[in-house]
Design a protein around this ligand. Sequence first.
Ligand code: 6PG
Length: 248
Amino acid sequence: MRNYRSFTGPEQAAHFLADELKALSLAGDTSHVVLSGGSTPRLWFEILAQPPYAEAIRWTSLHFWWGDERCVPAQDADSNYGQAKRLLFDHVAIPTGNLHPMRGGEKPEAEARRLSEEIESMVAKQQGLPVFDWIILGMGADGHTASLFPEQTDFSEKRLAVVARHPQSGQKRISLSATQLAACRRLTFLVLGADKAARVSEIFSHPAGSLPYPAARISAAHGPTEWYLDTASASDLPETASTASVSD
Ligand code: 6PG
């Protein structure tokens, strides 16, 4: 059963997520968090980089990974890591060793293998798979997530990271696999804006297995899967959709 939390707008969603990250940082010694790319998390990054969060979050307890990366160098405007570094990590006291970017400038297949080895070496396993503490993903209007695209995703892929190609632009990507994205204690889809409303509505009104969308088919194996929406992206939801709560 999917449930969602609906926020008035992006600001409210970003502040809620910032409070959640602060709580995680204070809850234990080490947590492994996967961030999404794209434009949706920018506001969240900017809020985290300022008081009170920049000082209140225990950055030393958090390790950050990425759900996917464009095959470009970190300095490229397209880089998901470069974006997070510019908006957030250059402004907070986080040890460099706590950041685990996918190296978009390297040969994709080799980098996918290297990244998988890094995850294996650092993230504790359960049932044979590294399990992340919290994965935050976005969703494209076509229902893709990370760089797993409809009709191009092997949901039984055994590898932890794969090479993909954006169906429109042809841009090569590195992505955590569906198997690795499901291996987490908490999975949050942060999906905001009117351009996602139709797909959100379709996902919330059909059984996951009946849809080709990776964002519909991937759920957390060791904890909750939650959708953080705003009024715009939730505007077409069917009455039957179950709300975890309406937050502000
Ligand atoms: C990427 C992302 C991708 C993104 C969605 C939504 O590298 O682009 O990881 O999966 O989350 O495409 O993108 P927006 O947030 O820009 O709508």
